[in-house]
Design a binder for this molecule. Sequence first.
Ligand SMILES: NC(=O)c1ccc[n+]([C@@H]2O[C@H](COP(=O)([O-])OP(=O)(O)OC[C@H]3O[C@@H](n4cnc5c(N)ncnc54)[C@H](O)[C@@H]3O)[C@@H](O)[C@H]2O)c1
Length: 332
Amino acid sequence: MAVLVTGGAGYIGSHMVLDLLEAGEQVVVLDNLVTGLRESIQSPAEFVRGDVADTALVSELLRSRNINAILHFAGSVVVPESQTNPVKYYRNNTANSLSLFAAAIEAGVKHVIFSSTAAVYGMAERIPVVETDPVAPISPYGMSKLMTEQMLRDLSVAHDLSYVVLRYFNVAGADPEGRIGQSTPGATHLIKVACQAALGLKPELKVFGQDYNTRDGTGERDFIHVADLVRAHSAALRYLRAGGESDTFNCGYGRGSTVLEVIDHVERASNRPVPYRFAPRRPGDIGALTAGNAKILERLDWKPELDDLNVIVKHAYGWEARLAEKVSGAGS
Ligand SMILES: NC(=O)c1ccc[n+]([C@@H]2O[C@H](COP(=O)([O-])OP(=O)(O)OC[C@H]3O[C@@H](n4cnc5c(N)ncnc54)[C@H](O)[C@@H]3O)[C@@H](O)[C@H]2O)c1
């Protein structure tokens, strides 16, 4: 019996693979490497290069590797890109997920864990936002994920398939042991970009909006350490295998940090200034978004272990500095 990790060469998926391997799971990764990197996948996970949309390949894998559960990370993840190219997002995040789930049902896979997002809440009416609050995505990205959530709900009623949807807030940090981290060139995550700016790899960081109703006027987000996030998936897998009912959970710490607080932490971790300048608010950005996390704390066997912005930034910066060394080493 093995688990399939789609998108296992990506940022979060590769941390998931590590966690599963450490738990003694047999792991198969399916990734087309469109943004992921082969070297992010730790052994002895099996790597299959291919697309989630390739139903023949997926069906063959599910049967030949005796897959019992799928952790579905593969997807397109850049919100502004989803506004200019919605077809890509509905195709890769929604249509391709449907063909994966259809193959899973055919092959008798019992459990699916799906990477959803806080973007399903859109302009949340209150924070911390909880799972039963209205969902109203304002980007094709958020809508493509919400549609997939809905498909899972319907499929699980009609078929012998149980699922957990995890709605991630802002994922950050890197493997505490420094083996892997966020390696995607061009990634736009705030903490990564702030670390790059401190290292001189980016000329400056743009801070969008300074007149929000937050402690210091800049946007406030709930940053979750990637290692805590992947442990939430392992807890969800144990829950489903123990017969737990299909359900949806927010994944966050329930409190936020502002952009200026992040910059301050990066400056302290790196001992370097982070060059930044204020820019106007971006349309569609919300002032503050934090996760109501009472449900996941109560129902899954999961507790945050790294909910400290100092630790998140220290790990993110350590990884970024290592990446920068590799690049300059390769160039010299
Ligand atoms: N990073 C965040 O803050 C965040 C927040 C909310 C939700 N998520 C979700 O988590 C998941 C993983 O995000 P990430 O940050 O690790 O992104 P990522 O781009 O690093 O990883 C995605 C991986 O999926 C692969 N992939 C994409 N389309 C594929 C396809 N059709 N077939 C096979 N492989 C494919 C890519 O090569 C990559 O390795 C995504 O579904 C994303 O929407 C991420």
